[in-house]
Write a protein of this length. Structure first.
Length: 489
């Protein structure tokens, strides 16, 4: 056991606050531009066809570089890469806020993704290595999960407020003060386990294959959403991603110093956490998207009203993570807690199937609360299990796999569920071509069809959590493999 583990850092709770705030920035930024995008398009005069790239540029850079960012944090030190990520994110945000054309804005968004990919795994690894006491670790991940998972909903609210009362540029600039707070905390209170004496060579071929494979995967799903699944570019990107990632896995199995040691993926608890999180995010990202459409297109909500409408979801996520997930982690095995949380989330999403054109907000609020409670409860132990049984020198890359699962799940969910909804909407209109079917009724029907699929993915997440995650309790959630034997699936 390292000295750090034996003698916990006295300012670890202050460090957790600053780390969580920095992570909030990453989640917030992925959502805030969704509301501000129409205003940015008007100001910078770019076409509808190019609009999606403002979102895609961030997702490509972030998703493609997560594994590399996680490994760099292990090699260079998590505190160092955490600080670099914050500084870079702030600079990219400033560039975006001052953008005079689409090219500059896309460069800034890609820059945010690059430094976010360095920041996110460093943050999760720092918490894993700082909190080694089982009870404290559960509490720390509960707080971290509450702040981080609320970022998306708060991003929609903040995007609406800034766009409506200031202008779209503040949706980029708002990240700067948050980053400055994080930098101050990183310098003053964040503590890391030193990496001196650890392996310092970077697996360059593996980094190239992993990055290109993940970029092709995220890009392929983005193209599927805009061009269709039968597009030549979509098929090419998805096939290329499979080949590149397969080559990456084969390469990593042959190297003595791989970018991603395969035992990170083959330990059943970590694998169950990565897979269940990815499947659950498919559902939650799709739900987020369709609720935004429903509120603005069907109900006629303004940007700020849409943001406010998501507050019950954000509050419920925080409550589920801190008040339900944290205490129960010490009383039941994580697999059961995750499974139960995902099933509760499925009930909340199932209620969204009942939404109609004239539905009251109360039904939506109840569905948001149930969904938030479930996902907040499930994600807390899932994030903790992402580094289950990992040696400190691999904490960064193991943490990156949690982010990669979320990013890939989000890309799949946005493309797949949007395609399902669009197809169902078109079929509905076609079947009632000679009737009085309204566009709004068709949209709601398409959303309901997609929600059924989302429920299916959540049930599958629950089943995987129940069967794959067999860690008996928080005493096994350490970062030292000497205490938790590796168990291949």
């Amino acid at each position: 056991m390292s000295p750090t583990s034996a003698h916990p850092h006295p300012r670890r709770w202050a460090a957790l606050l600053f780390i969580s705030i920095a992570q909030l920035m990453v989640f917030l930024d992925s959502a805030v531009m969704n509301i501000a995008l129409p205003s940015a398009q008007d100001a910078l005069h770019f076409s509808d066809g190019r609009r999606q790239w403002v979102i895609t540029a961030y997702g490509l850079a972030f998703g493609g570089l997560l594994i590399l960012g996680g490994r760099l944090s292990d090699l260079l030190g998590r505190k160092r890469t955490f600080t670099i990520g914050l500084v870079g994110f702030a600079l990219a945000s400033a560039l975006g806020g001052a953008a005079t054309n689409l090219g500059v804005l896309l460069t800034a968004r890609a820059g945010q993704g690059v430094f976010g990919a360095l920041l996110a795994p460093s943050a999760l690894a720092l918490i894993s290595l700082t909190f080694t006491n089982p009870k404290e670790r559960a509490r720390a991940f509960g707080i971290f999960g509450a702040i981080a998972t609320a970022g998306g909903a708060l991003g929609l609210l903040l995007g609406g407020v800034l766009t409506q009362y200031l202008n779209w540029r503040w949706s980029m600039l708002v990240s700067i003060p948050i980053a400055v707070i994080g930098i101050i905390g990183a310098i003053t209170v964040v503590h890391d386990i030193p990496t001196e004496g650890k392996r310092t060579r970077l697996d360059i071929p593996g980094a190239i294959l992993a990055t290109l494979g993940l970029v092709a995967l995220v890009f392929g799903f983005a193209e599927a959403e805009s061009r269709g699944w039968d597009s030549g570019l979509t098929i090419t990107m998805l096939v290329a991603s499979v080949l590149l990632l397969l080559a990456f896995v084969i390469l990593e199995g042959k190297l003595t110093s791989p970018l991603l040691p395969l035992h990170i993926l083959t330990e059943r608890n970590r694998a169950g956490a990565y897979l269940s999180v990815g499947l659950a995010v498919i559902s939650t990202f799709g739900m987020f998207l369709f609720l935004s459409y429903y509120l603005q297109l069907v109900k006629g909500y303004s940007p700020i009203e849409t943001g406010v409408a998501f507050l019950p979801l954000a509050a419920a996520q925080a409550f589920g993570s801190m008040v339900i997930g944290t205490p129960l982690t010490g009383r039941m095995r994580p697999g059961l807690l995750m499974s139960g949380g995902y099933l509760v989330t499925a009930v909340g999403v199932l209620l969204l199937v009942l939404l109609r054109e004239d539905s009251s907000y109360s039904l939506l609020a109840v569905a948001e609360i149930i969904t938030g409670l479930g996902i907040g409860t499930a994600f807390m132990p899932s994030m903790s299990l992402g580094t289950h049984g990992v040696q400190p020198e691999y904490a960064g890359v193991a943490s990156a796999m949690v982010g990669a699962s979320q990013q890939v799940g989000g890309s799949v969910g946005t493309a797949l569920l949007n395609t399902i909804a669009a197809s169902s909407t078109a079929t509905y209109l076609l079947s009632r071509a000679h009737g009085k079917a309204s566009t709004n009724a068709a949209l709601v029907h398409g959303f309901s069809t997609a929600y059924w699929w989302a429920v299916g993915f959540l049930v599958l997440s629950a089943l995987i959590s129940l069967l794959a995650v067999n860690a008996p309790g928080p005493s096994h959630h350490t970062t030292e493999s000497s205490k938790v034997p590796e168990m291949a699936i």
